[in-house]
Design a protein around this ligand. Structure first.
Ligand SMILES: [Zn+2]
Ligand SMILES: [Zn+2]
Length: 488
C-alpha cells in the first residue's frame, strides 16, 4: 500500500485533499493521471452496461433530494453506527471496532509504565484486558450511542429543522424515486435496468486505508427491475437475474485486468443480510489491506419501491399485460465504488520487476484504463526536425487518444517513467526517421514503437501509426500485430 500511495502522489494520480492546510480527513484529490484513470473506468463501465445493453438506461439524479426520501429509505432511522466516546480525550470509536486497534495501557504491575498492546490481547504483566480508551489509556468509554452517518445540510437561507436535508449516502434512491418517470417516458417492459454514476457521502467514523474508505466517494450503481411473477429457466426471475449479475460483474473486473486469484465471492450470512434483502453477495478483492469488499450485488426485493409508494402516496408499479395485474418489481442492485475499483486496478497492475539488473516499476494496466495511451519521445531534443516530427505525431494521435510528448530526459529514463504510469506504448522519433539533411540523407519515415509489457520494439511507417493504434486499442494484442513489422 505504501508503494501505491507514494507512486500515486509522485506521479500525479492521487493527492491528499487540501494538503497545504494539513489535509482534510480521508478526502483525496485525483491528479492529472488519476482523473484520466478514473474517467476511463467510468467510461468503460458505462459503455459496457448502458451503451451496449438493450435492457439498460442511464440517469443522473441530483445529490440533494427531498428529505423524506431518507425517511422512506430507512437511512434516517437505521443508517447508524454504534459509537463510544472517551470521557477523557473525547475521541470517538465505533463500538464494534474498538478492540481492533492496539491499545495504550498504564500497567499497575510495573509502577504504571506505559505499554502499547496488540489489538484484542491482554497485558502480559498484569493480565487485564482493555476497558479504557485505547488511544489515551486513561478515559472511561461511554455506553454505545447510535450516530447517523449521513452528512446534514440546510436547503435555503434558514438553518432550521424544516430545511434540514442530507447529502445522499448512496445513489440508489435517486433511481428508485425516478422509476415511474423512466418507465413512462421510455416505454419499457420488464426486465430493465437504470444505471447511475455519481458522488455519495458518508460521515464514516473510521475511514482510512487510502481511497478504500472515504467520506466522499463515487458509486457506479445499477437497479435492475424484474417481474417477480415471472420465471426464467425454471427459477424466479429475481433469483435468475441476481445470479446473472453476479457472474457479469465478476467477469467485468477480470476483463479489465483483475487477476482471478485476487477475486472471490462472499455470500452474506442470514444474520448479516439487510432486513429487506433476499440475498446479497459481495465481490471481494485481495487488496493490500487484505480481502475486502469491492462491490455488492443485492436482491433488494420490492422493499424500496414499496417504501417510496407508501411515503409519497404515488403508485410505483408496473402493469403486467399478460396477467392483467399491477406488480411491484423486484430489484437486483449491483453496486460498485469507483474509487475502490480504481484502487484494485492500481494494486493489481503494480509490479516491481528486474530488467538487466535494474529495478523497473511498471503498471500493467489494461490499455483501455491506462491514463495515457501513447507517449511520443524524441531521441535527440537538439534536432529541430526530430522534435517537430514528434510534435506532429502527438498532435495527430491526440485527436483519438490521450497522448503526451516528453523530451525532459534520456530515452531510457523516459521509458521507465511511462512504464511507471502504465502507458502501453511509446513512439520514438530518431535520426533514421528524418534522415540527415547535412549529409543529404532522407529519412525512412518510420518510428520505433515500444510495448510496455514485453518491452519489444518494432519499426512502423508513420502513415500506419493511426491504423495500428486503432487495432491495438480496439482489442488486438501486441503479439498479434507486431509480427507484421520489422524489429527495431
Ligand atoms: Zn481517551
Ligand atoms: Zn498491565
Amino acid at each position: 500500500m505504501d508503494a501505491l500511495v507514494s507512486l500515486s502522489k509522485r506521479r500525479g494520480f492521487i493527492f491528499q485533499s487540501s494538503e497545504i492546510y494539513g489535509g482534510a480527513g480521508s478526502c483525496w484529490d485525483y491528479g492529472p493521471l488519476g482523473v484520466e484513470l478514473k474517467q476511463n473506468i467510468k467510461r468503460v463501465w458505462w459503455r459496457d452496461y448502458v451503451q451496449r445493453r438493450p435492457d439498460m438506461m442511464g440517469l443522473d439524479a441530483s445529490i440533494l433530494m427531498h428529505p423524506t426520501v431518507w425517511k422512506a429509505s430507512g437511512h434516517v432511522d437505521n443508517f447508524t453506527d454504534p459509537m463510544v466516546d472517551c470521557l477523557e480525550c473525547r475521541r470517538r470509536f465505533r463500538a464494534d471496532k474498538v478492540d481492533e486497534t492496539p491499545w495504550v495501557h498504564y500497567c499497575p504491575a510495573t509502577k504504571g509504565n506505559k505499554f502499547t498492546i496488540s489489538a484484542g490481547e491482554p497485558c502480559s504483566h498484569c493480565g487485564v484486558t482493555r476497558t479504557l480508551c485505547p488511544e489515551c489509556g486513561k478515559g472511561e468509554l461511554t455506553p454505545p450511542r447510535q450516530f447517523n452517518l449521513m452528512f446534514k445540510t440546510f436547503m435555503g437561507p434558514v438553518e432550521e429543522d424544516a430545511s434540514l436535508t442530507y447529502l445522499r449516502p448512496e445513489t440508489a434512491q435517486g433511481i428508485f424515486v425516478n422509476f415511474d418517470n423512466v418507465l413512462q417516458s421510455m416505454r419499457r417492459k420488464l426486465p430493465f435496468g437504470i444505471a447511475q454514476i455519481g458522488k455519495a457521502f458518508r460521515n464514516e467514523i473510521t475511514p482510512g486505508n487510502f481511497i478504500f474508505r472515504t467520506r466522499e466517494f463515487e458509486q457506479m450503481e445499477i437497479e435492475f427491475f424484474v417481474n417477480p411473477l415471472e420465471t426464467v429457466d425454471g427459477r424466479p426471475a429475481d433469483e435468475y437475474w441476481h445470479e446473472r449479475w453476479i457472474e457479469d460483474s465478476m467477469a467485468w473486473f477480470r476483463r479489465y485486468g483483475l487477476s482471478e486469484e485476487n477475486l472471490r465471492l462472499r455470500e452474506h450470512a442470514a444474520d448479516e443480510l439487510a432486513h429487506y434483502a433476499k440475498r446479497t453477495a459481495d465481490i471481494e478483492y485481495h487488496f493490500p489491506i487484505g480481502w475486502s469488499e469491492l462491490m455488492g450485488i443485492a436482491n433488494r426485493t420490492d422493499f424500496d419501491l414499496k417504501q417510496h409508494a407508501k411515503f409519497s402516496g404515488k403508485a410505483l408499479t408496473y402493469f403486467d399485460e399478460e396477467r392483467k395485474e399491477h406488480v411491484v418489481p423486484y430489484v437486483i442492485e449491483p453496486s460498485a465504488g469507483v474509487d475502490r475499483a480504481l484502487l484494485a486496478f492500481l494494486a493489481d497492475a503494480y509490479r516491481e520487476e528486474e530488467v538487466r539488473g535494474e529495478k523497473r516499476v511498471v503498471l500493467r494496466l489494461h490499455p483501455e484504463l491506462a491514463p495515457l495511451k501513447v507517449a511520443v519521445l524524441p531521441l535527440l531534443k537538439k534536432r529541430e526536425d526530430i522534435v517537430r516530427t514528434a510534435h506532429a505525431i502527438r498532435d495527430e494521435l491526440s485527436k483519438d487518444w490521450t497522448v503526451v510528448y516528453d523530451d525532459t530526459a534520456a530515452i531510457g529514463r523516459l521509458y521507465r517513467r511511462q512504464d511507471e504510469v502504465g502507458t502501453p506504448y511509446c513512439v520514438t522519433v530518431d535520426v533514421q526517421t528524418v534522415g540527415d539533411p547535412a549529409k543529404g540523407e532522407i529519412g525512412d519515415r518510420k518510428v520505433t514503437i515500444r510495448d510496455r509489457d514485453s518491452m519489444e520494439q518494432i519499426r512502423v511507417p508513420l502513415d500506419q501509426l493511426g491504423p495500428l493504434f486503432r487495432e491495438l486499442f480496439g482489442g488486438a494484442t501486441w503479439g498479434g500485430v507486431a509480427g507484421r513489422f520489422g524489429a527495431n
